[in-house]
Design a protein around this ligand. Structure first.
Ligand SMILES: *[C@@H]1O[C@H](CO)[C@@H](O)[C@H](O)[C@H]1NC(C)=O
Ligand SMILES: *[C@@H]1O[C@H](CO)[C@@H](O)[C@H](O)[C@H]1NC(C)=O
Ligand SMILES: *[C@@H]1O[C@H](CO)[C@@H](O)[C@H](O)[C@H]1NC(C)=O
Ligand SMILES: *[C@@H]1O[C@H](CO)[C@@H](O)[C@H](O)[C@H]1NC(C)=O
Ligand SMILES: *[C@@H]1O[C@H](CO)[C@@H](O)[C@H](O)[C@H]1NC(C)=O
Ligand SMILES: *[C@@H]1O[C@H](CO)[C@@H](O)[C@H](O)[C@H]1NC(C)=O
Length: 230
């Protein structure tokens, strides 16, 4: 009996450990937050102000790329220009951004590539490849930033950076105590939600997948705990 107890206990430990390894090898946090850090490092190196990371703005950047998902050209530019009405009528409501807190967008950079790029590559090759985009990044009017990204299954990968001159922490406020509306696909900066890299080519990101994995883990855990003989 003692041996059996010990065996079940060991199995529980091993399973928990394996799961932890699986999670840490498969999910590397949120690369949209990494891009925000790279943007801020680039600005502060040029003695410009640090931009605050706005989840509301980040979520709208994700809506922007979702809206433009069909428009990656052969030279890797995004041929898509949503109107300001599209921002207030589609992007903000789909995120749960409280409309009275919507503020001025002072810049947008949108890019696509045939495949997923790591944050440093995405920054230098896709988002800030030239002087024009660098000067947009280094504009003194910006106070806040948000980054959104999404991949099309078996298709290109999209990134968007939105800048605003809004007052930090009181603009682009997300309803539901800052959680906003849960997004099914892609990811954005300023949120604590990690992104799933999904398939190894990174072209397909899906938060649902992460949730399903976590659920499975919890069921396994409760099964084991429930069946422990002590
Ligand atoms: C990219 O392609 C579009 C049309 O597909 C064209 O309008 C644009 O000028 C091209 N941009 C560059 C930088 O070549
Ligand atoms: C995408 O490109 C097509 C063809 O150029 C254009 O008709 C369409 O309006 C574009 N979509 C968006 C959302 O701008
Ligand atoms: C986006 O805005 C344009 C111009 O305001 C409008 O014609 C179009 O219907 C909007 N798109 C959607 C999906 O609402
Ligand atoms: C900075 O951004 C503001 C707001 O979009 C714009 O009016 C201004 O011309 C930009 N400044 C430079 C130097 O590009
Ligand atoms: C800022 O980004 C630009 C464009 O990628 C790059 O050329 C420059 O070296 C960067 N500056 C710093 C300090 O990283
Ligand atoms: C915004 O909120 C963050 C986190 O709550 C806080 O650390 C920061 O000081 C706030 N910034 C301003 C300008 O209020």
């Amino acid at each position: 009996m003692m041996m059996r107890k010990l065996c079940i206990f060991q199995c529980f430990i091993v399973c928990s450990f394996l799961f932890a390894v699986l999670v840490s090898s498969k999910y590397h946090g949120n690369p949209a937050n990494d891009i925000v850090d790279i943007i801020n490092r680039n600005r502060t190196a040029a003695k410009l102000s640090h931009l605050s990371d706005s989840a509301g703005l980040g979520c709208m950047a994700l809506q922007f790329v979702n809206f433009c998902k069909g428009n990656c050209t052969s030279n890797n530019t995004v041929n898509c220009n949503p109107s300001s009405d599209n921002f207030t009528e589609i992007f903000a409501p789909d995120c749960g951004v409280e409309l009275p807190t919507f503020d001025t967008i002072t810049g947008q950079i949108v890019a696509c590539q045939p495949e997923y790029l790591e944050p440093t590559e995405a920054f230098s090759r896709a988002l800030i490849p030239d002087k024009k985009t660098l000067s947009l990044l280094r504009n003194k009017s910006h106070t806040e930033v948000g980054v959104g990204m999404v991949g099309v299954h078996k298709g290109p990968f999209f990134w968007c950076v939105l800048f605003s001159s809004g007052k930090t922490n009181s603009t682009f406020v997300l309803e539901n105590h800052g959680l906003g509306i849960r997004q099914k696909r892609g990811c954005f900066s300023g949120s604590s939600v990690e992104c799933s890299r999904g398939h190894s080519n990174g072209a397909f990101w899906n938060n649902e997948e992460l949730r399903a994995n976590l659920k499975e883990h919890c069921m396994l855990r409760s099964f084991l705990l429930y069946n422990l003989p002590f």
